[in-house]
Design a protein. Structure first.
Length: 215
């Protein structure tokens, strides 16, 4: 009897499938592992297994997908940390800690904000949505928050808020949109915050410093 005909490695096929699905988180890593194991098993099969090309392709696609998702994950964590930092002054203002709030603002902004002005902002925002409760949790929390406030974001951008960074924030009474305006020009590290506005679902807008009287 002759030698059995070579058969395609199931690991190689699976590796290629998962490699092609590398746009799905985790699939790239599975494709990489299956591709590596598949190549090893094909090399040790003495010609009984084929599919080296599929295994190699799955391995490469899996590696590319894994690196891509790793980069997205690291970038996402950085973005979330920056968003939390940008909302800090609003948290401190609505909590009545005005000195800490000024530390997160641009010097020109902090200089024109007296305790009385900050108290007025606090009372106005508090009457509508209360104090800052918490930020969205994780990337999905931000996506859900942006989806919930889609109409609010559109209105904010139409009313001159195109330069602001929209951040969904959970206040005590409801979710509202906090628009962060950064100081333009060169700066060491992350640009300081020049102005802040809070946009509620009811259509009300509360500016830390009204645009027509900004520093």
């Amino acid at each position: 009897m002759g030698s059995p005909s070579p058969r395609v490695s199931g690991l190689a096929v699976s590796s290629l499938v998962f490699g092609l699905l590398c746009c799905i988180p985790g699939s790239g890593l599975i494709g990489t592992i299956l591709g590596a194991v598949g190549l090893a098993s094909i090399s040790k099969s003495d010609g009984r297994l084929t599919g080296r090309g599929m295994a190699f392709t799955g391995l490469i696609l899996g590696l590319l997908g894994t690196v891509l998702w790793l980069g997205i994950g690291i970038g996402g964590v950085w973005v979330l940390k920056q968003a939390q930092q940008m909302v800090q002054p609003v948290y401190y203002i609505t909590s009545g800690d005005y000195d800490k709030a000024r530390q997160h603002l641009a010097p020109t902004t902090a200089a024109v904000l007296s305790d009385e002005k900050l108290k007025e902002f606090t009372e106005a925002v508090g009457a509508e949505v209360g104090k800052v409760d918490h930020m969205p949790k994780g990337l999905m929390g931000f996506l859900n928050g942006w989806g919930e406030l889609g109409d609010v974001i559109q209105k904010a951008q139409q009313s001159g808020g195109r330069d602001g960074i929209p951040i969904p924030v959970h206040f005590e009474k409801d979710t509202a949109l906090v628009m962060i305006y950064l100081q333009q020009g060169p700066s060491k590290g992350f640009p300081p915050i020049k102005n802040v506005s809070v946009h509620t679902k009811s259509g009300k807008v509360y500016w830390l410093i009204p645009p027509d009287s900004g520093p």
